[in-house]
Design a protein around this ligand. Structure first.
Ligand SMILES: [Zn+2]
Length: 379
């Protein structure tokens, strides 16, 4: 892909087809962040008030043994949510999702956190032959968001666990300061069950029996009307700085960094550092580093130096590629023909996009009128 322009403030470039630049060469994401980031910057006193309110909301709704649920991946964001919950004296159930790709470091991080916080912990194991079949289908289909399978399953399973245990809230690691500015063209809606079923229906080889699913409408209803499993975003209530959060986690829990955003999963690392750049011309580090630049956690020069480093150490790439292909059951030749084939948009296959976009627009109107509550990104 020919790179035509890079933002003068961050490191986003025209590898995102929707980006635009103003007369000073500043990209659309930087302009949006200038408007929205101040909403996520707080004084120490404001943070205290926000967290006290959060703890109050959560503990008041406790009906059973737990007041909330935390999906713990061992990554920075979810680990820091567990740290906050511990400081606030909450009683969450921590759930780890095992989709077959966990790295040793993620499991070790989780164990350390659980040992010190004393939180109850359970592992939700996704049926591997089914998950493998789904991942194979997505690779064959040529669509970009192979990771939506994990995200969909995590959310659907969380709602299930919430209902079963009468838990009202899911504490998520979602945060604006380190995650804003992710191009839409690099992702698909995680709740789009119709798209998952359509792709799997065309390319899958086995029936799905236990893979946790939930339709777009049920997601929307559960979220909007606080029917068990309403997502709360504690990291958006504090002055969240990823670099500082990592230092706290290292000191308090002996937590270890795994070398890249979401690299706590071996598949995710291979997906972000090989599949995305090779097949789709996408280097997600650009979006992650740009968010850190806008939040004053890194300079543009530091980000440029980081981008100049290879995505993969050659030895690691060989080893990870062999591991991933063997686990997914692709031959080298078969996989390389998928990588070389042109990308296919998600909505080439049946999808909820045709009705969910108008519905979401309607939902935003209801939120603005005060009829229903929305999360931060919907205000
Ligand atoms: Zn920019």
């Amino acid at each position: 892909m020919v790179v035509e322009q890079t933002c003068s403030r961050c490191v986003m470039d025209t590898s995102d087809r929707d980006i635009d630049f103003d007369s000073k060469g500043v990209c659309s994401y930087c302009r949006e962040a200038t408007r929205l980031l101040p909403k996520y910057h707080f004084t120490k006193d404001e943070e205290k008030v926000n967290l006290a309110k959060l703890a109050d909301t959560i503990t008041k709704r406790r009906k059973g043994e737990y007041d909330s649920i935390i999906g713990l991946s061992g990554g920075v964001d979810s680990s820091y949510v567990a740290y906050l919950a511990w400081k606030l004296g909450l009683k969450p159930l921590c759930v780890h999702f095992d989709n077959g790709w966990n790295s040793e470091i993620s499991v070790s991080n989780i164990n350390k956190i659980i040992e010190i916080t004393g939180f109850d912990f359970t592992t939700y194991v996704i049926d591997w032959p089914e998950f493998r079949d789904l991942q194979r289908s997505f690779v064959k289909a040529g669509v970009i968001d192979i990771e939506m399978l994990t995200d969909h399953a995590i959310w659907a399973a969380m709602f299930r666990i919430c209902r079963k245990n009468r838990i009202a809230f899911v504490l998520t690691g979602t945060n604006y300061t380190s995650e804003h500015g992710m191009p839409r063209s690099w992702l698909w809606r995680k709740q789009d069950l119709r798209n998952i079923k359509a792709i799997h229906g065309q390319f899958g080889e086995r029936k799905l029996k236990s893979f946790p699913v939930m339709g777009s409408l049920r997601f929307a209803i559960a979220e909007s009307f606080a029917i068990g499993g309403t997502g709360l975003q504690p990291l958006n209530l504090i002055n969240y700085r990823k670099t500082e959060a990592m230092e706290v986690l290292k000191t308090v829990f002996g937590w270890r960094y795994y070398g890249g955003k979401h690299y706590e999963s071996i598949f995710t690392k291979f997906y972000q550092a090989f599949i995305l750049p090779e097949k789709f011309g996408v280097d997600k580090r650009r979006a992650h580093l740009s968010a850190l630049i806008r939040n004053d956690e890194m300079t543009r020069d530091e980000a440029i130096a980081e981008l100049a480093k290879p995505l993969y150490d050659l030895g690691d790439l060989k080893q990870d590629k062999e591991y991933v292909l063997k686990k997914l059951g692709f031959s080298e030749q078969e996989f390389s023909s998928f990588i070389k084939a042109p990308p296919v948009p998600h909505d080439f296959y049946p999808s909820d996009a045709v009705w969910i976009h108008p519905l979401m627009a309607f939902k935003k109107r209801l939120i603005r009128s005060g009829f229903i509550r929305g999360n931060d990104s919907e205000q």
